[in-house]
Design a protein around this ligand. Structure first.
Ligand SMILES: Nc1ncnc2c1ncn2[C@@H]1O[C@H](COP(=O)(O)OP(=O)(O)O)[C@@H](O)[C@H]1O
Ligand SMILES: [Mg+2]
Length: 399
């Protein structure tokens, strides 16, 4: 090796050494600041060691994976002398967003106490191995699995009955109402969707995944964010287009979940016939046509009986109100709850007079996009149907 080559190698090595120690220092600083940020709530939770996490998940064995998201993987496990069943969420080490999401989720989840919210039990911070959140295990699987996953002959995986769908709708509305109005500060979840809704053994719905949740000053006081995060198909128009967040962001997403419960369809499905790929756009005109369209909307796997027809009508009314494009006209979750429970005059008839059914904008956009057939094939195009403009700086995370 020539002397110049050796010198170059030596320089590179030195440089690597410096980078490594700097990276280590940065990592430690990040963990110190993380500890400081969570200190107001940390004492309310159990702090697990990494060894306990490893033992609980049997070294993160593949058979224990409960689910995966954009920034994490969740494992089933048991902890403590009582061998309590838990779900351990391991945040991806490499992602810069992870410690922010961990902090947000820990701070918000630990402040919540509601029968329709998954309880956080504890956490683990290990500078070498990463960040972990320990939740109470919810045994019945996610709503996503029950509604949309192909059945593989698993015991108890029959189609969700109407009564369970109704119970889930009421349960999640209760959870959202609690977040918006039942805590000290209004919390916006920002990622309401079936994979973030778990079912207990008696089919009680439990909201989970507070990785995007945020505190706001009060319900109905929107604020602007620079980066749009969430899931295609569930993003309210004002959030998608302008980064405007408020309690109404969750109301819109909840409306899409209601549509999924009613129809059994996914929010975006490229394999559907033209005009049916985007659930909101397909359902919107049908929702406003009244009772004659119930059969068209209803999941073909369900049977509509007289006993549950009023519940179905109310759920359709609630869904229609939730997906109102204009944020200021979209009702609050408490109004939606009243519709679902039948405690209020049918909302649609009241709103009709004030132009509530004016969905012309959506239909206009739809006919324009029908012309660009190839574009419609892409997931992005389908998700953006009905959206008039899109800011390039905004980033979308598919979870
Ligand atoms: N407490 C829990 N009990 C049972 N399963 C859970 C629990 N928490 C999460 N899961 C499963 O793990 C999946 C991902 O969890 P989630 O918290 O949504 O993570 P991510 O932020 O990565 O989306 C869920 O869709 C669900 O299937
Ligand atoms: Mg999730």
């Amino acid at each position: 090796m020539s002397s110049s080559a050796a010198a170059t190698v030596l320089m590179v090595n030195l440089d690597n050494g410096l980078c490594e120690s700097k990276a280590k220092e940065l990592k430690w600083r990040r963990f110190e600041s993380l500890e400081r940020s969570i200190s107001p709530m940390a004492h309310t939770l159990v702090r697990f060691s990494y060894g306990e996490i490893l033992a609980a998940t049997r070294n993160f064995s593949k058979g224990r994976v409960l689910g995966r998201g954009a920034l994490s993987c969740v494992f089933r496990g048991r902890v403590g002398i009582l061998r309590t069943a838990v779900a351990i969420k391991r945040l991806d080490k490499e992602d810069k967003e992870s410690s922010k999401a961990f902090c947000r989720e820990l701070m918000i989840s630990s402040s919540l106490q509601n029968p329709n919210v998954t309880p956080l039990v504890g956490f683990c911070i290990d500078p070498e191995e990463g960040l972990f959140l320990v939740y109470k295990y919810v045994s019945g699987g996610s709503l996503e699995r029950h509604l949309h996953e192909k059945k593989r002959g698993v015991k108890g995986s029959a189609t969700l009955s109407w009564s369970v769908r109704h119970k889930v709708a009421i349960g999640i509305a209760e959870a959202i109402a609690y977040l918006h109005n039942g805590t000290e500060r209004c919390i916006v979840h920002r990622d309401i969707k079936p994979s973030n809704i778990l079912l207990s053994s008696n089919k009680t719905a439990k909201l989970c995944d507070f990785g995007l949740a945020t505190w706001t000053s009060a319900p109905s006081i929107p604020f602007l964010c620079k980066t749009v995060k969430g899931t295609f198909g569930y993003l309210a128009p004002e959030y998608f287009q302008h980064g405007k967040i408020s309690d109404k962001t969750d109301v819109y997403a909840f409306g899409v979940v209601l549509l999924e419960l009613i129809t059994g369809r996914k929010p975006i499905e490229a394999r559907r016939p033209q005009g049916e790929e985007n659930l909101v756009l397909w359902a919107k005109p049908l929702l406003h046509k009244g009772k004659g369209t119930i059969e068209e909307l209803l999941d073909p796997r369900l049977k509509c009986t007289l006993r549950n027809s009023s519940q179905i009508t109310r759920m359709i009314e609630a869904a229609a109100a939730c997906i109102t494009s204009e944020e200021s006209r979209r009702p609050s979750i408490c109004e939606i709850m009243a519709i679902l429970k039948g405690e209020q005059e049918p909302f649609l008839s009241k709103r009709k007079k004030s132009g509530f059914l004016g969905n012309g904008l959506v239909i206009d956009c739809y006919s324009q996009l029908q012309q660009t057939n190839s574009e419609m094939k892409s997931h992005l195009a389908l998700a953006m149907l009905g959206v008039s403009e899109f800011e390039e700086d905004d980033h979308l995370y598919c979870r």
